[in-house]
Structure formats: structure tokens, C-alpha cells
Design a protein around this ligand. Structure first.
Ligand code: DAH
Length: 341
């Protein structure tokens, strides 16, 4: 009987070892520990044993059963573990794979140029102002010393909405608005970046809509020397430390004297090249001392207050800085162009 028991344990062990699935384990369990298991036959045999041997064999049978049930539990656990491991393997993420590329957008070259100009002025203590793009004839022209019949109005062909209302042709009306708003006559240093409109035919260098930055400084001690110093600083910041500037006499109705400002060519350092048309100089903006008529129209006493103003075309600055040859490229949003900056 003892042999039979050992034989059974060895057999059970073998069957358990060869189990591949949980169901296999259940079958083995039924075979060895179930109601119709081989142990039941042994229990029958136990009855026929002499009484003094019964306890010993009873104990042996129980131990054998425990042994087998332990093996079954272990196998079940092992199968469960390997099932989880298989599942984990199947769902494994390959962290060594390179991630999917995504392209970061960036600011448009015009926006970048505006922000660069703003930063320079803000660094000098200027405040940024805004004005409406739909403007009155009064602010856009008349109060800037451009009365209705003034010939200089022809320089800025305008989109009129009514006889008195138009799309602003420049950012200069913000000068008028800022002067009028400054009832306390506090010293003023402002810039106004913004879009302006002119009835021009679009071509390589013209657009019916473009951007300007206006600057205005007014207090009791402003001179042409302040304007000159400011212009030199701006030229250096925008086009490099080695830049020089040159002021040429010019005419704008809202400034007197008026100047056009050239910067020494940053491509050839003033020697003469295709960029500066062999002159060594590149025109970048218009400026001047605020005309007494403008101050007066806004209620300022020109004997007490002076100021300077300047206006620059942002597209022109961007085109010069980045070597862009057609202004229309700035508006057509061709990614091949936009992504270069
Ligand atoms: N408003 C002028 C234009 O659009 C540019 C300009 C010139 C503005 C001289 C100024 C200035 O403030 O002083 O052509």
C-alpha cells in the first residue's frame, strides 16, 4: 500500500508538471483529489487492513493528499504568473523607439520685427499706444498740418469711407490722439505700431496695406540732438553696432525741420554694393521736430513744449534685415517662406 501511495504521488507529480493550462490543472485535481479519485479506492482498502495499521496508513494517505494539493496550488500559481507575464510582454511598450516628430510653430517675420522694434523703444522708456485703423480726416491729416487742399495729401493716396472718415494712411494720427489725451502736459514718450492703408497698386515694394511704427517724444527740453541720438541707437540695435546714420533734409508737413534717415549699409559697411545701390547708405525712416502747428492744434504752447517724431515702415525694415526682395511674400503665408525665419 505504501508503494501504491508513492507510485500515486509520483504519477500525480508528473501530470501536474505537464499541465499547460489552468483547465489541465483542474483535470488533475479531479483525478487525484476528486470524489472518484484513486484515493477513494485506497480508502476502501484501508477498511480491510488490520486495526493497528489503520492509523498509520490513514495518516500516510492524508499526507499524500496534502502533498498533491500543495503541488497543484503551486502549479496553479505558476501558470497564473506566466499568464500575467505573457500579457505584459504582449502589451510591452518599446521605450527605445524614437518619439513621433512634431513641428513647433514660430512667430511670423513681421511680428518678430515689430516686437524687436518695440523692445528697443520700451528699453528706452517709451510706452506702447494704439489707435484706430479707421480714422477721421481731422486726425489723419488736418491736425497734422495737412489741410484739405494741401498738396502733400497726394503722397498718401487714401481709402475714404465717407468724406471725413478714411482708413488711416499712416500711424501719425496717434500723435494727435496722444497729445489731446495728455491734458496734464506730462513729458511723453510713446510709440504706436500698427497697420496702415494706401490706395497703391501692389507690386514688389508696394502694398495697399502695410505696417508702421510711429514714435513721439514731447516735453520742455527736447532737441534735434535728442532725435539724432535716439536714431543712432535704433540703427545700431536694428542693424548692428558698427552702423552710422546720416540725416538728409526732407519735408513732412507734421515736422519742421524734417529729415530722412539713412543707415550705413550693413552689407558692404558703406563701401557700396547692390543693396545700397552703390551709395553706401540705406534709407530707413522719416523723422523731424514736431511742427509748431501740430502742437498748437492739439492745444500745446509751442514756446514751452517741443518734441520729435519718427515713422518707419516695418516691412521695409524686415526686408532689409532679412534680405526679402518682394513685400508680397510677407502676406501670402507660403510655409516655404515663413519657415525660413
Ligand atoms: N507719416 C509719415 C509717412 O507715413 C512718416 C513719418 C515721417 C512719420 C516723419 C513721422 C515723421 O512721425 O516725423 O510717410
Amino acid at each position: 500500500m505504501k508503494n501504491k501511495l508513492n507510485e500515486m504521488i509520483i504519477q500525480a507529480e508528473k501530470s501536474i508538471m505537464s499541465c499547460k493550462t489552468y483547465n489541465d490543472v483542474l483535470d488533475v485535481k479531479a483525478k487525484y483529489l476528486g470524489k472518484k479519485s484513486d484515493f477513494n479506492d485506497l480508502m476502501q482498502e484501508l477498511k480491510n487492513l488490520p486495526n493497528e495499521e489503520k492509523p498509520l496508513f490513514g495518516k500516510l494517505i492524508n499526507e499524500a493528499k496534502q502533498e498533491i494539493s500543495k503541488l497543484i496550488d503551486e502549479k496553479r500559481e505558476e501558470l497564473e504568473k506566466s499568464k500575467i507575464n505573457d500579457l505584459l510582454k504582449a502589451q510591452a511598450i518599446d521605450i527605445s523607439l524614437p518619439g513621433r516628430d512634431f513641428t513647433l510653430g514660430h512667430k511670423h517675420v513681421l511680428t518678430k520685427t515689430v516686437e524687436e522694434i518695440e523692445d528697443i523703444f520700451v528699453g528706452l522708456g517709451y510706452e506702447i499706444k494704439e489707435g484706430p485703423e479707421i480714422e477721421s480726416d481731422l486726425y489723419n491729416f488736418e491736425m497734422l498740418n495737412l489741410p484739405k487742399d494741401h498738396p502733400a495729401r497726394e503722397m498718401q493716396d487714401s481709402f475714404y469711407i465717407t468724406e471725413e472718415i478714411l482708413m488711416r494712411t499712416h500711424t501719425s494720427p496717434v500723435q494727435v490722439r496722444s497729445l489731446l489725451a495728455n491734458a496734464e502736459r506730462k513729458p511723453m514718450k510713446i510709440i504706436c505700431p500698427g497697420v496702415v492703408y494706401r490706395k497703391d497698386d501692389d507690386d514688389q515694394t508696394h502694398s495697399h496695406q502695410f505696417m508702421q511704427v510711429e514714435a513721439l517724444v514731447v516735453d520742455e527740453l527736447t532737441t534735434l540732438a535728442d532725435l539724432k541720438g535716439t536714431l543712432l541707437l535704433i540703427a545700431k540695435k536694428l542693424f548692428g553696432e558698427n552702423r552710422e546714420i546720416r540725416l538728409r533734409p526732407s519735408y513732412f508737413p507734421f515736422t519742421e525741420p524734417s529729415v530722412e534717415v539713412d543707415v550705413s549699409c550693413f552689407k558692404c559697411n558703406g563701401k557700396g554694393c547692390s543693396m545700397c545701390k552703390s551709395t553706401g547708405w540705406i534709407e530707413i525712416l522719416g523723422a523731424g521736430m514736431v511742427n509748431n502747428n501740430v502742437l498748437q492744434a492739439a492745444g500745446y504752447d509751442p514756446m514751452k513744449y517741443q518734441g520729435f517724431a519718427l515713422g518707419m515702415g516695418i516691412e521695409r525694415i524686415a526686408m532689409l534685415k532679412y534680405g526679402i526682395e518682394d513685400i508680397r511674400l510677407l502676406y501670402t503665408n507660403d510655409l516655404r517662406f515663413n519657415s525660413q525665419f
